[in-house]
Ligand binder design. Sequence first.
Ligand SMILES: NC(=O)c1ccc[n+]([C@@H]2O[C@H](COP(=O)([O-])OP(=O)(O)OC[C@H]3O[C@@H](n4cnc5c(N)ncnc54)[C@H](O)[C@@H]3O)[C@@H](O)[C@H]2O)c1
Ligand SMILES: CC(C)(O)[C@@H](O)C(=O)O
Ligand SMILES: [Mg+2]
Ligand SMILES: [Mg+2]
Length: 347
Amino acid sequence: MKLKFGSVEENVVTREEFPLEKAREVLKDEVIAVLGYGVQGPGQALNLKDNGFNVIVGQRKNSKTWDKAVADGWVPGETLFDLEEACERGTIIQFLLSDAGQIALWPMVKKHLTPGKALYFSHGFGVTYKEKTGIVPPADVDVILVAPKGSGTSLRRMFVEGRGLNSSYAIFQDGTGKAKDRVVALGIGVGSGYLFETDFYREVTSDLTGERGTLMGAIQGIFAAQYEVLRANGHTPSEAFNETVEELTQSLMPLVAENGMDWMYANCSTTAQRGALDWWKPFRDATKPVFEQLYDSVKTGKEAQKSIDSNSKEDYREKLEVELKELRDSEMWQAGAVVRKLRPENN
Ligand SMILES: NC(=O)c1ccc[n+]([C@@H]2O[C@H](COP(=O)([O-])OP(=O)(O)OC[C@H]3O[C@@H](n4cnc5c(N)ncnc54)[C@H](O)[C@@H]3O)[C@@H](O)[C@H]2O)c1
Ligand SMILES: CC(C)(O)[C@@H](O)C(=O)O
Ligand SMILES: [Mg+2]
Ligand SMILES: [Mg+2]
């Protein structure tokens, strides 16, 4: 259906128009092969299975994630295979290896993309940056995308709670004439609530910006800046953490999620509202040039290149872990670990 977002009309697919029964009918003869069992792999594969689809998992043997797949109930030789055998068996191949891993495995996957199959992504990355990835699918397969707008962990948790995470969807290539039905059915099958229409380029550029920006990069940056100023002015770690992070996640963000920013503001004191209304624009103006720099770095492909270069290295996991540990060991997040234990519900 068409829905207005402000004054702009967009296409959105709802579960009412495309119920699960219809999705099952569309995909009844398909074997959905989910390649990769990192973060999205488990969320999408388990939701598809619980929704009654015919799904198998492909994962490197002798890896931690192979063992995780077994622990999650996938049976070697029946529903769990090495990557190549899963590609052979699948009629829909869900390419959920890391974006860098997809480059390495592409020649093998391509070999098994026989006419009529579908190649499914959860990111516009591989196809959009084809000069860097070499991912150019054959013309007689469908090339489709369902990108859950959130972590695979949340996708699974919300599904189990009977909720749904919204996703965007796109068709890059309709090789069979069935791409639209296939992509929407898969979107419903993996547990999406609503499906927002996009294209591969817009998905990858907005997604790379969002995660580097307010969703992950900017938020940590702004937390660190405020925490450091409070500490430099003699506030204790717990006080600085509470005023920077804990109150935001526990009290105020749920109000924003429920009913918007003005609603959250309206539930704070007039003193707080006065200050927040005065200060949000200087913060916007100070950070906007950084966001412009970021978008430019996405648009020119620099961000994609950096991610390919670092995540294609043999030891990329170890290196990421070192950087995550640095965050975890910082005073702010050490204070956070203690504060989390003091949440009344954790006692
Ligand atoms: N993480 C998320 O929640 C999330 C959200 C939306 C979209 N996406 C997209 O979904 C896709 C999968 O992301 P992810 O975060 O689940 O991936 P991930 O980083 O967790 O990796 C998935 C799997 O890829 C395998 N892998 C990596 N390199 C490999 C190689 N060279 N050979 C064989 N296997 C290899 C790993 O073993 C792992 O099981 C990506 O396109 C990503 O952008 C992810
Ligand atoms: C979960 C995110 C940040 O939305 C996703 O885009 C990712 O790359 O993991
Ligand atoms: Mg992303
Ligand atoms: Mg994202």
